[in-house]
Design a protein around this ligand. Structure first.
Ligand code: ZN
Length: 323
């Protein structure tokens, strides 16, 4: 079944073998000395521990070749799972503000890696530079200006990443407004560990066209109605929610309730090797948890294509499979 993956962080696709290779290339001590050790290091007791290790991986991504390598690797793996289109979130403000990198070589490296995989497999791709909300909005605005000043042809949206304690006290909305003025829509993480107010805030203040996660919306019928009536897709990552304890158990996950409520759900992996998952594993979870039939599972794949920022021509071509 052709499907798109709309919620995956490029830096979160770095598997254990690649962590070791990157550490070796940059003469750094890896967080563990073999694949099994890194896989163990990729187990978290919650979001703060995850972020600490996520940013440790970010620190190993230094040259354009590093970014090209991980982009090619993931698109190749995705293509093997029937994925026809990937939209990569990229931690743009993290690289620029926290690691002191310039955007242009990062972007150029990612694009080279994506094009290499696209030539080999036919997969389509787009990039979503993310703002990290734990950084001051004024600094993020400066960093995103660097993004806006470079080639925009591979960028399909900008995003707000991670948890959002600072949203309402710091003003990120002008960054989204600037993106829209350049013809670039916004998407936003919301309602992952937080509640429905985050989801409402992202839609109202960032004009988010898609929500990453959104599972916290379910406790407020008004926010659910806003998502359903506005056909605002939620890019849900069940394996991530379990790994980071955003839900207590598989049984407690609201995926089935979201689908039943008519929310436009797509499935993603978030950070697949870090959460020991794949997109196929996420579809298997949805199958098991939601009691879906073939048509129901196909609807999730169709949703992912419809909700993507791919061109209307490509969408039509992929959706023809389901006709
Ligand atoms: Zn995410």
């Amino acid at each position: 079944m052709p499907k798109a993956e709309l919620h995956v962080h490029l830096e979160g696709t770095v598997d254990a073998t690649t962590v070791l290779a990157l550490a070796d290339r940059h003469d750094e001590t890896p967080p563990a000395h073999d694949v099994a050790g890194i896989d163990e290091w990729y187990k978290f007791d919650g979001f703060p521990m995850f972020l600490e290790r996520y940013f440790a991986v970010l620190g190993l991504l230094r040259d354009p070749q590093d970014f090209a390598l991980i982009a090619t690797n993931y698109l190749t793996q995705a293509s093997e799972q029937g994925v026809v289109h990937v939209e990569f979130h990229v931690s743009a403000t993290g690289h620029i503000l926290e690691n002191g990198k310039r955007w242009a070589p990062i972007y150029d490296g990612i694009v080279a890696g994506c094009e290499r995989a696209a030539d080999a497999t036919g997969i389509s791709w787009g990039l979503i530079p993310d703002i990290s909300p734990h950084l001051p909005a004024a600094d993020c605005a400066r960093a995103m200006d660097e993004v806006f000043d470079h080639d925009l042809s591979g960028i399909v949206a900008i995003g707000m990443g991670g948890p959002a304690d600072t949203w309402t006290t710091d003003d990120f909305a002008p960054i989204f407004a600037k993106a829209r003025s350049l013809g670039i829509p916004g998407v936003s993480h919301a309602g992952e560990h937080g509640g429905p107010d985050e989801v409402r805030f992202a839609v109202e203040h960032f004009e988010a066209r898609r929500i990453q996660h959104g599972i916290g919306a379910m406790s407020d019928p008004e926010v659910v109605a806003m998502l359903v009536d506005g056909q605002v897709p939620c890019d849900v990552c069940p394996g991530s929610n379990i790994a980071l304890k955003a839900v207590e158990s598989a049984e407690a996950h609201p995926l089935a309730a979201m689908v039943a409520a008519g929310i436009f759900v797509t499935l993603g992996t978030d950070d697949p090797p870090m959460f020991q998952t794949t997109l196929m594993a996420e579809y298997a979870r949805a199958w098991a948890w939601c009691g879906l039939d073939v048509e129901g599972i196909a609807k999730l794949a169709q949703n992912s294509i419809s909700a993507s920022f791919a061109s209307p021509e490509l969408k039509e071509q992929w959706l023809a499979f389901f006709a």
